[in-house]
Design a protein around this ligand. Sequence first.
Ligand code: HEM
Length: 450
Amino acid sequence: MREDDAPPATVPCAPGRLPLLGHLLPLLTRPLPFLQSLADHGPVVRINLWRRPVHVLTDPELVHRLLVKDAAKTEKGFVFDKARGLLGNGLFTSEGAFHLRQRRLVQPAFHRDGIRRYAALTARLAAAAVSRWEPGRPTPIEPRMHELARDIVVEALFATRLSDAQKARIDRAVPVVLTGFVQRALYPSTLLEKLPVPANRRFDTAVRDLRTTVDEIVTRAAVRHQGPDGTLLSLLLTTRDEETGLAMAPAQIRDEAVSLLLAGTETTATTLAWLFHELARHQGLQDELSTEVRAVADDGAVSLEDLPRLERTGQAISETLRLHTPNWILMRRTVAPLHYGGALLPPGTEVLFSPTALHRSPQLYPDPLRFDPERWRRPRNPARPELFIPFGAGRHKCVGESFAWTEMLVVAAAVLARLRLRPATATPVRESATAATVRPRGPLLIAEPR
Ligand code: HEM
């Protein structure tokens, strides 16, 4: 009998459900252990966020099916409904035919010539960041990486530099926006968004500041634009609608820019912060990577063509993306019936999965909590299922993946060639999964010149 012919099984409900709240408490207080524990209850498990049922996929094969084969039977889901209202209809939030059109438009900014240019400017900005690092002084690595990633994305995609006031506004706004839109999606009623409490005011101000700042960046860059130059902004400014011949509306250009700024800074910044945190704890590996980098470029200024030779550094980044996968939750909503794990998910079912939890599954990655770049060197085991989706999969797969890889390798090379990193304290670093990504909570590193 085919799976579709079998009577649908009942989806088990995760333990620990409370009246009214559902599973909100474990999801907010210990999100990653909670999501990891769901695999013990089946391939599809129901949780409740307030009264809203959400189906969690714990089976890698089902996750892959959802993202790739069944992509046309899904839309992005309730968190993105909320995000769209707040952050606009850029690539990160849009759906269907509109998404496809915008994606085709944006994609050329990530072709090889663009990436080569971005690699050069990343090397320049990373070298400047390294030279500002005060030797011997405990330095919080996470904000440093956020500043660097923000400057790289803005300069690469919009060919402009930020004023200090704009930098400060973006740095204040981005974390509030990224935490706030997830929290708002979890409010049981939209009435709560209107309450004049500090959290709501902070969030509204942050969204306004972000939009205004991005408008300023885009307007300034548009005034200086001299004609097609391959940057993203140039593509957005010069494109014409195939049917109407009209240019893209300024509000849509702003939405795309907000999308890329949000999607492109936090993710690379947290991954780099985790990478340097891990390397500070693994001195032997750090030395090995430093030697690898210096064999390619003594001062660490590597180009796009050099990157394939940074094999061990790439393995350390893969391992960071596995163990500290930034996007700890991704979501979809079904628009057609899906039969998953024997259960029927009717249209309108909210579906969630955790790339971070899946990457920590012992069935996929033995001894999963160990930081072990060696696992990317060993030949693959055909008997073991595989899933590695830090950049997602299918039609919404990260459009900035090659940009991100280039950026992370170039920044790693700049740091490893010139600095030796060690932890400033023995306090264990905890993970915080309250925003859109899993961030390390406050690692302090000390750098010494090599
Ligand atoms: C380590 C770095 C990064 C990681 C781990 C990452 C991860 C992801 C993931 C998992 C998705 C898919 C979301 C979904 O399926 O719902 C995504 C989409 C996206 N990412 Fe990234 N990303 C990274 C860097 C970047 C960069 C550097 C940019 C741009 C400069 C970027 C721009 C985007 C955009 C615009 C989307 C939406 C794509 C679409 O729906 O067509 N990302 N990213």
